[in-house]
Design a protein around this ligand. Structure first.
Ligand SMILES: *Cc1c(COP(=O)(O)O)cnc(C)c1O
Length: 383
């Protein structure tokens, strides 16, 4: 068996099941929008988007025009660009039949002009900044004027109204409730007079913790990949991590006490031991902050990553046992399962003082993505 130097294996059936599990949280009418920005959180955009649609998502969302173009070339689902667009990008987005987020009257006027000139309809979502402090309009009355302008404009459809939460992942969130209150009282009258429009606010964390925040649609990213929005073990919320990151043991060498390995000599053997060299490093997104600060699974056991992580390789301490030498050529798992052992993206994130989102988004294009499906029986590949 040939093992790649750095591989992210993505289980598309797990993404499907995560979407079904999220759908299970929703009332019958509430739709699931799968967020596939940033190359599907590092998992690969199109395979994940297709798996999410199979799992019951009915919308897709991305952050940028270029991401939308890639999705639109392959899929004709309803697709929302959540990020800001300059005039030129807005024109192209409308040409791709992609829905956009706007929040000022002048944005709506521009959308009207561009749509009329191109002979298309502009489907827009008006965003209230209920407390995130990024995009959207802070003043509810001004946001309502933008919505009214969209309703009035002949070539514009008001497709939705939305907001985004700043603290949905913090369990004791007073501010979350404040945002929810502010958004609800703004959106309700608009929805009452325009029942066809889609009201949406919840990210993964809000979807899992607060049914009142679901409205007509939820926008889930992190949870569809089986990562926990609260940074805990995903299995506790019945989410299945879809991504497994692996490498292989390219070399095993014996070390005598006092010998060092790696840049800056940040590892010294304290006893006789064996080091495995894995051809994966920060050039693959396995961050240098994990130097002397992570575990690796080889042969069903967990070993410490030791020394400095290089761009292209890292070292693992296999210990003194003579059979270490026979591990040369073995698979090494950096995120995922091997035997009874497991390493989660959440654990890696904690070691780096960051969040699981950054761990998978940070995997670079040099990591080969492969896709498979694990349905039912563990280890059996469905065609
Ligand atoms: C990224 C994003 C989401 C998805 O958030 P998750 O925490 O990954 O579920 C939802 N809405 C907006 C506006 C976003 O930018």
């Amino acid at each position: 068996m040939s093992l790649p130097r750095a591989q992210a294996r993505v289980d598309l059936a797990a993404i499907e099941r995560n979407c079904m599990r999220l759908r299970g949280e929703l009332k019958g009418e509430t739709q699931l929008c799968a967020v596939v920005k940033a190359n599907g959180y590092g998992h690969g955009v199109l395979p994940c988007a297709r798996a999410a649609l199979k799992g019951g998502a009915s919308w897709l969302a991305v952050a940028s025009l270029e991401e939308a173009r890639e999705v639109r070339q392959a899929l004709d689902t309803r697709l929302l660009i959540m990020g800001p667009l300059c005039a030129d990008e807005l024109e192209q987005a409308l040409g791709l039949n992609v829905e956009v987020v706007l929040w000022r009257e002048r944005h709506v006027q521009r959308a009207q002009q561009l749509a009329a000139a191109a002979g298309v309809r502009a489907r827009v979502h008006i965003k209230l900044d209920s407390g995130m402090g990024r995009l959207g309009c802070k003043d509810p009355q001004e946001a309502s004027r933008a919505a009214a302008a969209a309703i009035a404009a002949s070539d514009v459809d008001l497709a939705g109204v939305m907001t985004h939460f700043a603290t949905a992942d913090e369990p004791a969130g007073e501010f979350f409730k404040e945002q929810l209150e502010r958004f609800s009282s703004w959106a309700q009258p608009i929805k009452r007079s325009h029942p066809q429009l889609v009201v949406h606010a919840a990210n993964s964390a809000a979807t899992l913790r607060c049914p009142r925040a679901h409205f007509d649609m939820v926008r889930c990213g992190i949870a569809i990949y089986g990562l926990d929005p609260f940074g805990e073990d995903p299995l506790e919320r019945r989410l299945e991590p879809a991504l497994e990151l692996s490498s292989r043991v390219a070399e095993v060498k014996r070390y005598q006490p006092g010998e060092s390995a790696g840049y800056g000599r940040r590892f010294f053997a304290e006893r006789e031991t064996h080091l495995a060299v894995l051809p994966i490093g920060y050039g693959d997104g396995w961050r240098r902050g994990l130097s002397n600060n992570a575990q690796v699974l080889i042969g069903g056991r967990s070993y410490p990553l030791v020394g400095t992580i290089s761009m292209d390789s890292l070292t693992v301490d296999l210990g003194p046992a003579a059979d270490a030498v026979s591990m040369c050529g073995s698979e090494a798992v950096l995120i995922g399962k091997q035997g009874t052992q497991r390493i989660t993206a959440e654990q890696v994130a904690r070691a780096l003082d960051t969040i699981n989102y950054e761990v998978t988004c940070g995997l670079t294009p040099r990591v080969t993505r492969v896709y498979d499906r694990h349905d039912g029986v563990e280890g059996v590949d469905a065609p």
